[in-house]
Design a protein around this ligand. Structure first.
Ligand code: DAH
Length: 345
């Protein structure tokens, strides 16, 4: 075989591969080229197999030549492969119309429940007026829920339809301090707090309460109250009125809120009152709280000497205030876990 021929063969192969690579439009084609020319059974290997047949003195030269051509072509194919991949991604992005400058999809974050929001606002307002926020337990004893608050044994509030009693394994417990129930109001904290703290004192007690009743748009078996208690020397209903005026004004963001006290009955206060507010002149009165002057028997049960101090107490419905504030007509929405409702706050 003529030597020039062999050199020429290498040149031709090199040229063919270079041309083919430059024309390749995709990675599949590029791989076909790699296999066809540089693969195990490819044309370059065919040439290597011809090496033993050429004159001895030219073997080394042509052997090196074949090696360096193989290296060059492999590099060429690798470079082209990177180019094609980049082009592929670029075209794909173009075709699918991804706009990398577009803002990302926002993740929806959770937020506080409307009742929690309202509760925190109420706490802030009372704290700014010198009240401390204290919490009681939702599982309460008969004694603190009723006896210590002068609610007699035959008071209708104790009856089965109002109170969720907790079954005690040692049945028929007679001691009212051990007889457990779900608190029906936040008032028991008045007694518990006064047992441990001396006047003067100002507290509010926000929390969940339970009543065994049929539910409707304004009644739930669970709801929330905020108890208030202020005890000291010369505390009167005038103080309560001033505090309520300030509180409701700030809570409803009004310049003025009209307040009306009507007589009411609650065993733990004397006199007892019902508190109404009017948010706009001409609108109707809304009942928002029960209140009164702490009953001497409640002071006595807490270990205070009746007559040595006075105080007022009040209980407001957190759900009710939230309904008025947000204009919600059904209390059950607060407990429905319905995102369509909750997302609005
Ligand atoms: N505990 C009463 C209830 O659940 C509300 C209440 C009324 C609380 C008068 C008071 C009060 O502190 O003085 O209906």
């Amino acid at each position: 075989m003529a030597v020039e021929n062999f050199d020429e063969k290498i040149n031709i192969l090199e040229k063919k591969v270079k041309e083919a690579v430059s024309r390749a439009l995709d990675l599949v084609r590029l791989d076909e080229i790699r296999v066809k020319y540089l693969g195990r059974k490819g044309e370059l290997n065919d040439l290597i197999k011809e090496l033993p047949g050429i004159p001895e003195e030219l073997k080394a030269h042509n052997g090196r030549r074949l090696n360096s051509v193989r290296n060059d072509l492999e590099n060429l194919i690798n470079k082209k492969s990177v180019e094609l991949k980049d082009k592929f991604v670029e075209e794909k992005l173009k075709k699918e119309g991804i706009d990398v400058t577009m803002p990302g999809r926002s993740v929806s974050l959770g937020h506080l429940h409307p009742l929690t929001k309202v509760e925190r606002r109420i706490e802030d307002i009372f704290q700014s007026m010198g009240f401390s926020v204290v919490f009681g337990s939702e599982i309460e004893s008969e004694y603190y829920n009723f006896d210590a608050l002068n609610i007699s044994k035959d008071h209708p509030a104790r009856e089965m339809q109002d109170t969720f009693w907790i079954k005690n394994p040692k049945s028929e417990i007679q001691n009212p301090k051990q007889h457990l129930l779900l608190r029906t109001h936040t008032s028991p904290m008045q007694a518990r707090y006064m047992e441990k703290n001396n006047p003067p004192l100002r507290i509010i007690v926000p929390g969940r309460v339970y009543r065994h009743e049929a539910t409707d748009a304004s009644h739930e078996i669970q709801f929330h109250q905020i108890e208030g208690l202020m005890v000291g020397e010369d505390i009167s209903l005038a103080n309560l009125k001033a505090i309520f005026e300030e509180f409701f004004k700030r809570f409803f963001n009004k310049k003025k809120v009209e307040i009306r006290f009507r007589p009411g009955y609650f065993p733990f206060v004397e006199p007892g009152i019902e508190v109404d507010i009017k948010l706009e002149t001409g609108s109707k009165w809304l009942e928002v709280a029960g209140a009164g002057m702490v009953h001497p028997k409640v002071f006595k049960a807490a270990g205070y000497i009746p007559g040595k101090q006075q105080g007022f107490a009040f209980g407001v419905g957190l759900d009710r205030l939230s309904m008025i504030y947000y204009g919600i007509s059904d209390i059950r929405l607060f407990y429905s876990s319905d995102f369509r409702f909750l997302k609005q706050f």
